[in-house]
Ligand binder design. Structure first.
Ligand SMILES: *Cc1c(COP(=O)(O)O)cnc(C)c1O
Ligand SMILES: [Zn+2]
Length: 418
């Protein structure tokens, strides 16, 4: 397991030991994990993966951990569902839903946190911390409880009530900060240099954390019979997930694990109320300009995305696009996926579905493509977003006549009786 040779600067390629660091001393570029690909090629085959556990740790040889027993709640190998009714409704051919609503704490963040906490424990940390828009908070608190580690989770004070409760229940320290996520993130960057004994999963442990998202690419390829999809649609907050899905598909190709070697087109999804990367894409800009978020998609509300530039590059390089959708379209997206496929996504999922619709209408996602959309969070976490939009279709007394009257009003009474 492992096969890590160190951390490499993404800008100047300077190498560092695999420790709790994330920024290059020479150029301030972000660090990423570098592997011995020859060792991986010798160790990993489709068969060794298939013989692994039925969760994300079947790809441990491609992740930056060496523990025999990772910090895990049973994350990954979530369903990849063929979404025929959704595809038909929006005029596409083959659409699959990668359903990460099914992870232990209800979002894809369990993947990145599993890797981050496993690595933090290997590095000797007992305290873990993070800045979160909600889902990371849930996942860090739960995994810390599982591992018997202490946790400090910092969130913006105006998070969805459910996300506060479902974090606090795990018994760590949950600190609400009077400010936006970007304020919380800046605070955590300061804390990370002040409190060197804390492992901040998305600051000093970020290079390892990020790698967990590659499993979203690995699982899709394996579930498609070791084939690459043609086009994937991925939501963007910090841009890390999208960047790592791209990296994951590339690693599979380099390691000879997939049939063929075609480029996977990657498209990004943002909410219009927080769309710095979509704006940069539309403008053909060479940098991502920070914004002040105002959207119901709070899990994606990062106004100054750390990996925004890399996500932009990955999308452009792959021939994809990035679109942004309104809050109304997000709610429509949640309802469309629920109505056609029986999957209840949180607002981030609504962003992804609505973006798929928009890109299909524009002819960017095409009917001849095998498409995968990443549904990254569970709808039960953001029920507030649907308040007023859905509810009982009628309130009636408990009588046969009342139901008959209701059906008659909708022209369904005769059919119901026969
Ligand atoms: C965090 C999050 C994302 C985006 O993650 P980034 O790697 O920061 O771009 C997407 N969906 C959900 C539900 C999330 O919680
Ligand atoms: Zn550098």
């Amino acid at each position: 397991m492992g096969h890590v040779v160190g951390l490499r600067c993404r800008e100047c390629a300077h190498m560092y030991a695999a420790e709790a660091i994330h920024v290059c001393e020479f150029c301030f570029g972000p660090l990423e994990v570098a592997y011995d690909h020859d060792a991986q090629r010798r160790a990993v085959t489709r068969e060794t993966i298939a013989a692994g556990p039925p969760n994300m740790w079947r790809y441990a040889d491609l992740l930056p951990v060496s523990s025999e027993s990772p910090v895990d709640l049973g994350t990954g190998l979530t369903p990849l569902t063929l979404a025929g009714r959704l595809a038909a409704e929006i005029g596409l051919g083959e659409v699959w839903v990668k359903d990460d609503t099914r992870n232990p704490t209800g979002s894809f963040k369990d993947r990145v946190v599993g890797v981050a906490l496993t690595k933090a424990r290997e590095l000797g940390f007992n305290v873990v911390a993070c800045a979160s828009t909600g889902n990371l908070a849930n996942s860090v608190a739960a995994h810390a409880a599982r591992a018997g580690m202490e946790s400090f989770v910092f969130v913006p004070h105006d998070l969805e009530a459910v996300k506060l409760i479902t974090t606090a229940v795990f018994g760590g320290h949950l600190v609400a900060v009077d400010g936006s996520y970007d304020d919380v993130n800046r605070l955590c960057a300061e804390l990370a240099s002040e409190f060197a004994t804390w492992a901040f999963v998305n600051v000093n442990i970020r290079p390892y954390y990020a790698e967990g998202s590659k499993t979203l690419a690995f699982e899709v390829a394996e579930q498609l019979g070791w084939q690459l999809p043609d086009h994937v649609v991925v939501p963007i907050a910090s841009g890390s997930q999208l960047t790592q899905i791209d990296k994951g598909f590339r690693e599979l190709t380099e390691l000879g694990l997939v049939d063929g070697d075609h480029e996977v087109r990657i498209s990004g999804a943002q909410a219009q109320g927080c769309s710095p990367v979509a704006t940069a894409f539309a403008d053909g800009a060479d940098h991502v300009r920070p914004v002040k978020p105002a959207t119901i998609a709070k899990s994606l509300a990062i106004g100054n995305p750390a990996d925004g530039w890399y996500a932009l590059e990955a999308v452009r390089h792959s021939g994809g696009a990035i679109a942004a959708v309104t809050d109304e379209e997000i709610i429509e997206g949640i309802r469309l996926l629920a109505r056609t496929e029986g999957i209840f996504a949180e607002t981030a999922g609504g962003v992804t579905v609505a973006t798929l619709v928009k890109l299909a209408d524009a002819g960017i996602v095409r009917p001849d493509e095998r498409v995968v959309i990443y549904i990254t969070g569970n709808g039960l976490k953001t029920v507030e977003a649907l308040a007023g939009a859905v509810g009982p279709s009628a309130t009636i007394p408990p009588t046969l006549e009342a139901v008959a009257e209701l059906l008659d009003r909708d022209g369904m009474l005769r059919a119901a009786r026969r």
